[in-house]
Design a protein around this ligand. Structure first.
Ligand code: ATP
Length: 359
């Protein structure tokens, strides 16, 4: 089957002065002062997939999304939607819709009119329009809210109206740019689950931009980690978490627990860069025996962060460098874990949980 979205060696450079003024740290500049926002992206997104683009600020995610939508023209490369080359087509001739972080609802219009706005403009007959608005509100679980004004809704509900307004056009691809960015944590977590459920129900391809790794891991079928306008790694959430290819991905998807240089030599036995996930490490008494398939590293607990269900310990290793360890608070109270600060310990992990990564 043809991919819903295909990007072929996509490049976007923003020119000279203008580019220099707005350049952020996460992107690359050429000697002419241009900003290379997108630096040669090849990507295929399958029909019906929930695909996320994850990366730090300035890494080129939004620009890539805008190139798919047609709000920007690429400097080089091509954009294909369902097998059609749309590189030179304007946004309204592309079968996509975009949902932004600031929902941009019309405050004076009712929820129903906001959702149906695009259909009214396109002169869809009233009965048809009302039916489709009703269906779209159903999808986002807001049936019965037609008559309300946006000001009478919570942040999460407003974002769902914005989603319904995009879904009502029945696009084959929905582009979402940090749509949950303005919501508080609890609501964001609820909406992540809702969004994924809605996407599965409607079967539309979602291309989702976020800088929040947890969000990307929770919702995506696959995701791409962006860095400096390029895709650093592409895969399923489990691929990226369990087999990060580079130190950057290991740090961005999860906590960066890197062993390098002399520390790597002492603990892993060879040169290179390695990572161990914090939940794979257990705390033992200093000098405790370790099994053949385990590594033991002595150190001192520098900081204890009590998080309720778990505790995060930052341990300064005798060999040099710090490692983060997370432990579930199965039988320990907050008093007990906090008293661990300054204690001398041994960190123990299985050799198989040491992953080699590239620079
Ligand atoms: P964020 O999460 O902060 O939105 P991002 O990963 O989406 O970041 P982009 O917005 O795609 O990153 O920006 C990539 C680079 O391109 C940045 O350095 C940015 O300043 C630059 N850039 C984006 N739009 C323009 C523009 N219209 N003119 C000049 N430079 C731009």
């Amino acid at each position: 089957m043809r991919p819903a979205v295909r990007l072929e060696h996509l490049v976007k450079r923003f020119g000279g002065e203008a580019g220099r003024r707005v350049a952020r740290s996460g992107s690359r500049q050429t000697t002419e002062g241009e900003v290379v926002a997108v630096d040669g992206i090849d990507l295929e997104i399958a029909d019906g997939e929930f695909f996320s683009m994850l990366g730090p600020s300035g890494s080129g995610k939004t620009t890539t999304l805008r190139l798919i939508a047609g709000f920007e023209l690429p400097t080089e490369g091509r954009v294909w939607l369902h097998g059609e080359d749309v590189t030179r087509k304007p946004p309204f001739e592309r079968d996509v819709n975009t949902v932004f972080q600031d929902y941009a609802l019309f405050p004076h219009m009712s929820v129903g009119d906001n959702v149906g706005y695009g259909l009214t403009v396109r002169k869809v007959p009233k009965a048809d329009r009302e039916r489709r608005v009703g269906e779209a509100l159903d999808m986002v679980r807001l049936s019965g809210y037609q008559g309300r004004k946006p000001s009478q809704l919570s942040g999460g509900q407003r974002q769902r109206v914005a989603l319904a307004r995009a879904l009502v056009n029945r696009p084959r691809v929905l582009l979402l740019d940090e749509p949950l960015g303005a919501l508080d944590l609890k609501l964001r977590e609820e909406m992540q689950i809702e969004l994924k459920a809605i996407q599965q129900e409607v079967g539309i391809t979602f291309v989702y931009v976020t800088h929040d790794q947890e969000e990307a891991l929770t919702m995506s079928d696959r995701l791409a980690v962006f860095s400096r306008g390029r895709i650093e790694q592409l895969g399923t959430p489990a691929d990226l978490y369990e087999r990060p290819a580079t130190a950057f991905v290991a740090g961005f998807v999860g906590t960066s627990n890197l062993l390098r240089g002399d520390v790597a030599k002492a603990l892993v036995g060879s040169e290179g860069i390695y990572t161990v996930r914090p939940e794979k490490i257990r705390l033992a008494d200093r000098g405790a025996a370790v099994a053949d398939d385990e590594v033991g590293a002595d150190g001192t607990i520098r900081t204890v962060v009590y998080l309720g269900p778990d505790t995060r310990y930052i341990v300064a290793l005798d060999a040099g460098s710090d490692l983060v360890v997370t432990q579930q608070n199965l039988n320990t109270s907050s008093m007990e874990v906090l008293a661990a600060q300054g204690q001398s310990v041994r960190l123990v992990w299985k050799r198989q949980h040491v992953l080699r990564v590239e620079e």
